[in-house]
Design a protein around this ligand. Structure first.
Ligand code: MLC
Ligand code: AMP
Length: 501
């Protein structure tokens, strides 16, 4: 049968698949270039047999060519976050032990010494081509991708999905949101998360549609592009919609009206990866006439719940289970609960991931015996529709759609010589959803800037607290554990004397 994305692409020959700053590319070009890329990765072997290949390439045709080349050679794609500093990249390399790293030019300098120190060959993405060789037959049950996600304990975990998982995730969304060949979508999301990889590019290429790729999000470019009136779809996180609203509200009436005419041509605008504030939904509706379709997902499950494509979208609700996805709410003993009560969301079905990479205990803990995955999110069913109430762990934050572990930041802070105690919390924030804030008990004088630089050397920029507060002691329970809700209250009360990092 082969990989469905690839076999379907053969049917789309003659159509445009992708465009980026460098050009426009047909499905036949993608097939040809990824076959040549796969031959390069195979280097004479018949099958990569699930060897990992890490890659650090900006959103572009070259990214998709690399991803497909890895898949068609039988490898497991490990996309790297473009803003990760060396220690985060080293962690991913050491965890997944790739046989090759592919990098585009801006990332070669950073990656070359890391790859060399581990004896991993580094291939420039523009050199990812060789004379076409025969490619292996890759079954759907084979591992396809590893995406890293923060957890409640330890360092980020690698979420392994098979080709069958990815195909099920795509097929579910294509059916629910009625993707078709004439669709044209703008990508402004990073490509180390399911939102960009599956919901945008995966669905577009599955459907014979056209995906336009921007290397990063810029509100001016997005507003101008939507205003031209030939896109049909757009998908983003609430922070992006918030920024677009701010930009549009500052624009003059003529530009706003031009934008509105272009936006009216789109058939669907989707928000997800974090709770969509009702105020954002309403302001966006006023500016565009669109009621954003909010859906709920997770790296481990793809998308689980969605408001309807046709039918009423309810503000504050994430709708009902998507096609092929089983969802239930359970109490603390994993007993299904009656409607009207809150419980943990559990998900089952072909979209659910295979395992955490090299973490069998974490995998076992994440599943019930009968295959239900425990999301850690709490919800309530209200009139048949799900409403997300929050997460069971206060140590998992969501900022701008990025999942962040408070404990991971605390661990690095505590290694600083001036930090005696540290607590990291998420403070409700209009732009970011949650703003990452650190509260520190210092053992000697230290400036927030010093702590910020200390963290920046080890962690991705989105994990760096936006504020640091200092205190004499942290609120603790009788067992010595920090009481995070009290830390949040402390920060809120201190708001007037904030020390910016
Ligand atoms: C960037 N910064 C962030 C941040 N992103 N800080 C907190 N949270 C974030 N998410 C930092 C930058 O490093 C910079 O710090 C400062 O904030 C301002 O940067 P910016 O240039 O204004 O930010 P920008 O680069 O424009 O990024 C904002 C963003 C981006 C919203 C466009 O975060 C983004 O693309 N988010 C989407 C992530 C995503 O795809 N999530 C899906 C996960 S999958 P400094 O100090 O360095 O200057 C999932 C499942 C599902 O959740 O349901 O979809
Ligand atoms: P990630 O691990 O980065 O894939 O993030 C998944 C998490 O994002 C989920 O477990 C939820 O906590 C959160 N999330 C995704 N979509 C929504 C939504 N529409 N509303 C609230 N939370 C969401």
């Amino acid at each position: 049968m082969g990989l469905q994305l690839v076999t379907r692409a053969e049917d789309w020959a003659g159509r445009t698949a992708l465009s980026d700053a460098e050009g426009t590319y047909g499905y036949d070009e993608l097939l040809e270039a990824s076959a040549r890329g796969a031959s390069k990765l195979l280097a004479g072997m018949s099958d990569l047999a699930e060897a990992r290949v890490a890659f650090m390439v900006e959103p572009s045709f070259r990214y998709v060519r690399t991803q497909w080349a890895i898949w068609r050679a039988g490898g497991v794609a490990v996309p790297l976050c473009l803003t990760h500093p060396a220690p985060e990249l080293e962690y991913v390399l050491d965890t997944t032990t790739p046989t090759a790293v592919v990098a585009s030019s801006p990332y070669v300098e950073l990656l070359a010494p890391l790859a060399a120190a581990r004896g991993i060959p580094l291939i420039s993405d523009v050199e990812l081509e060789d004379e076409p060789a025969s490619l292996p037959e890759v079954g759907a049950s084979r591992r396809a991708m590893i995406l890293f996600t923060s957890g409640t304990t330890g360092r980020p975990k690698g979420v392994v999905t098979t080709h069958a998982n990815i195909e099920a995730q795509i097929a579910s969304l294509v059916e629910a949101w009625e993707w078709f060949g004439e669709d044209r979508i703008l990508l402004t999301l990073p490509l180390h998360h399911v939102h960009g990889i599956v919901n945008v590019i995966g669905c577009a290429l599955w459907s014979g549609a056209w995906c336009e790729m921007y290397p990063s999000f810029d509100p001016v470019q997005v507003v101008d592009r939507i205003a031209t009136g030939d896109l049909t779809l757009y998908m983003a996180v609430p922070t992006i919609y918030h920024r677009l609203i701010t930009h549009l509200e500052d624009a003059d009436a003529e530009d706003r009206s031009l934008f509105r005419s272009g936006a009216e041509v789109l058939r669907l605008m989707v928000s997800g990866s974090a709770a969509l504030p009702v105020s954002v939904l309403e302001r966006w509706r006023d500016l565009t006439g669109h009621t954003l379709l909010e859906r709920y997902g997770m790296t481990e499950i793809g998308m689980g719940l969605s408001n309807p494509y046709r039918g009423e979208r309810i503000a504050g609700s994430v709708g009902t289970p998507l096609p092929g996805v089983e969802v239930r709410l359970v109490d603390e003993e994993d007993r299904p609960i009656a409607d009207g009560n809150s419980g943990e969301i559990q998900v089952r079905g072909p979209t659910v991931f295979l395992e955490y990479w090299a973490r069998p205990e974490a995998t076992e803990e994440a599943f019930r015996d009968d295959g239900w995955f425990r999301t850690g999110d709490t919800a309530i069913v209200d009139g048949g529709r799900y409403r997300i109430l929050g997460r069971s762990s206060v140590d998992i934050l969501k900022s701008g759609g990025e999942k962040i572990s408070a404990l991971e930041i605390e661990d690095v802070l505590l290694r600083h010589e001036a930090v005696g105690e540290a607590a990291v919390v998420g403070i409700e924030d209009e732009e970011w959803g949650q703003r990452v804030v650190a509260v520190v008990v210092a053992t000697k004088p230290v400036q927030p800037k010093e702590l910020s630089s200390w963290l920046r050397a080890s962690l991705a920029p989105h994990k760096i607290p936006k504020e640091f507060h200092f205190t004499d002691s942290l609120p603790r329970n009788p067992l010595g554990k920090t009481v995070k809700p009290d830390v949040v209250q402390f920060v809120t009360e201190q708001a007037s004397s904030v020390i910016e990092s």
